[in-house]
Design a protein. Structure first.
Length: 666
């Protein structure tokens, strides 16, 4: 795990100045690679590559980057791990195309593969997570590439005619010419989703390279001093869309027992390859299905206790530590847990703008950072269970959306509109009073806090006209950010609205028969790479910890798409087949419980210890002066939240994380 950055100034640049600039850009990424640093410059070509290294494989100087290929044609900077790099070496050797190896790093393997097989063929043969920049000295072509599922980040953009790129935006911003304005369209997307989805970034003329893609810029197509060329021709070498299409059209014909055997074998293969490291290694353990499966298979593969880590909260509704401890005890891991006070959790908040480097408002970023910090005290690599929900149907929205839509569709639209008007006409406080009066008469599952708030949210759902609209509503925070919140911007479409970007098999019948598959596909294209994996990468790299995600081995992803829906969702419960694998290692009683989010009591914090901090960031004067957001809806939500009439914590957290990022100096 490392940090990479660089720039290309067509027409050339002074060597000393280029080296100093590249070094300054790399210095912003020292947290991603504290063990080593390097800069490589070709002044005539105007290219500078810089690297910060976190040593995981081949701790010797033979793994130093930037690295030049044996034939001196290619120079690479690279972040990640190629888990099958020894297999690639053997293949190169059997073909008689291997160089005289200088070390045993996967970086050297990549260079040799690019020389032997070319760009796209090499990328398709790699199993791993990575982001890389590859300079071809012969053709003066720069290639930027990213792993299939988007585990590793890669930004690029134009700064006054210079192409800049790096693992995080802070490296691009360290280039002396960077003055790119805020991209207000991206801000609308952030307010809707609580993250900025690829290919957008928060700055104009700056983008994220989408997962499973590469982009090339050739000197022959660039004119010194010309206007920016835009995103370039982004080419996919693998896509979730193609994999989903193939899996839906050609589902697995195996029975359940055979399918469980295949899934277990694939997960064992993935986990065994990801346990290879020349440094201490462990795993995050929440005690849920996904992390417990990863840890169980790790322990089965290991001859000594696996190091596992979890954090706990003293508030019962947010605490999973007891469940994690029970699983760890059963599996025999060397378990470390840390109970965190609200004060310790809130102490993370000032670090978030710099840590995430772009507005990011998934509040589980706080406990994620804390568990990464805990793990880093003992290990340099930690495996996680991320991806299991998206692959195997774990989120409640996958079965709740269909149930909701089935009920809505039975009610004529005019009647739904009338019902909506009636529900909204009664203020939430009045609903609270009324429902509190009949509270003792209601079945237990209908006894909820802030009932009026939930009635109004239900009213918003009533007039949605399709199951796809229900899904988009459920994954949105601000429902109309361009109209009610962000000033001077339109909200651009994303893959959620671009049906042509979906697998044909998802919308060919027009009846929503594959609604759950549609949601899993969209989550794998958006929420997983742009929220979950960003959250984990930045939190872990903030403490120089490498994370690995065994569920996202592309062979596991491809297998998951071939599974019939009944092997994922059954009896109102997700991850059915994955559970069958886990039950071979952990008793049901230890893991069968309602799904918990990895969250914090944000609503209470904003009314209590965070109130003064939040009030300053949300002040009407500040918002007016900055000119990005309309103060009126923010002020209204803040007042309603403080009064306890509504719970607007997640909406407000979006605004607070934007304001905190803006205040940090961008």
């Amino acid at each position: 795990m490392c940090g990479l950055t660089g720039f290309w100034q067509p027409g050339g640049c002074p060597a000393d100045a280029a080296s100093a600039t590249a070094q300054r850009m790399a210095d912003t990424l020292i947290h991603r690679g504290p063990d080593d640093a390097g800069v490589w410059v070709d002044a005539d070509a105007g290219i500078a590559l810089a690297h910060r290294r976190l040593s995981i494989l081949d701790l010797s100087p033979a793994g130093h980057q930037p690295m030049v290929s044996a034939a001196h044609r290619y120079v690479i900077i690279y972040n990640g791990e190629i888990y099958n790099h020894l297999e690639l070496r053997h293949r190169l050797e059997s073909e008689g195309r291997a160089p005289a190896w200088r070390g045993h790093s996967d970086t050297e393997t990549l260079l040799a593969a690019f020389e032997a097989w070319g760009i796209e063929k090499t990328l398709t043969r790699c199993v791993g997570m990575f982001a890389l920049a590859l300079w071809d000295r012969k053709t003066r072509t720069l290639t930027l590439a990213r792993d299939r599922m988007g585990e590793k980040p890669l930004y690029y953009g134009w700064v006054r005619g210079t192409l800049v790129f790096g693992s995080e935006l802070k490296a691009l911003r360290a280039h002396p010419g960077f003055d790119n304005a805020i991209e207000r369209r991206a801000l609308t997307l952030f307010m809707r989703y609580n993250y900025v989805p690829a290919p957008w970034s928060i700055f104009e003329n700056t983008w994220k390279l989408p997962p499973g893609c590469y982009v090339q810029f050739a000197a022959a197509a660039l004119t010194p001093g010309s206007s920016p060329m835009g995103r370039g021709e982004v080419k996919p070498y693998w896509s979730v869309r193609d994999v989903a299409e193939a899996g839906l059209l050609h589902p697995l014909a195996d029975n359940e027992a055979a399918a469980a055997e295949k899934l277990e074998a694939l997960l064992k293969q993935s986990i065994a390859s990801q346990m290879v490291a020349d440094v201490p290694l462990g795993a995050f353990l929440s005690g849920g299905i996904d992390s417990s499966t990863v840890v169980a298979l790790m322990q089965a593969h290991s001859s000594r206790p696996v190091q596992t880590f979890s954090i706990g909260f003293h508030e019962d509704e947010y605490n999973e530590a007891e469940h994690a401890k029970a699983v760890a005890r059963h599996l025999g891991t060397n378990h470390t847990e840390l109970y965190v006070t609200p004060e310790e959790a809130m102490a993370v908040i000032p670090k978030l703008p710099t840590l995430y480097d772009e507005p990011f408002a998934d509040s589980s970023q706080i406990p994620t950072f804390l568990v990464a910090e805990l793990a880093r005290r003992q290990v340099t690599v930690s495996l996680s269970g991320d991806g299991g929900d998206e692959l195997f149907g774990g989120y409640t929205r996958y079965f709740w959306t269909r149930s909701l839509w089935r009920r809505l569709a039975q009610i004529p639209m005019e009647l739904r509109r009338a019902l909506q008007r009636m529900l909204i006409a009664v203020p939430p406080a009045c609903w609270n009073t009324f429902l509190a009066a009949i509270h003792p008469l209601l079945p237990h599952r209908y006894r909820v806090s802030l009932a009026g708030d939930k009635v109004h949210k239900l009213a918003e759902l009533l007039t949605l006209d399709s199951p796809q609209a229900v899904y988009r509503y459920l994954v949105s925070h601000w429902k109309h950010p361009a109209q009610e919140l962000v000033l001077g911007a339109n909200e651009p479409p994303t893959v959620l609205q671009t049906v042509d970007a979906w697998p044909q098999a998802l919308h060919s019948d027009g009846k929503g028969n594959r609604l759950e598959a549609m949601m899993m596909f969209l989550d794998q294209r958006t929420y997983l790479p742009d929220d979950i994996l960003v959250k984990v990468d930045r939190a872990a790299m903030g403490v120089s910890l490498e994370t690995r995600v065994p569920f996202l081995d592309h062979r596991v992803v491809e297998f998951a798409w071939r599974l019939p829906l009944t092997m994922k969702i059954r009896g109102g419960q997700g991850k059915w087949l994955l559970r069958q694998v886990l039950y071979r290692y952990v008793p049901k009683a230890l893991i069968e419980r309602p799904k918990m989010g990895f969250g914090v009591p944000l609503d209470r914090w904003l009314r209590g210890p965070l109130r003064e901090w939040a009030e300053d960031l949300l002040s009407e004067e500040r918002l007016k002066h900055e000119g990005f957001l309309n103060p009126a809806p923010v002020q209204q939500m803040w007042a309603e939240h403080l009064s306890g009439r509504r719970n607007w914590a997640y909406y407000l957290w979006d605004v607070l994380m934007w304001e905190a990022w803006l205040e940090s100096g961008r």
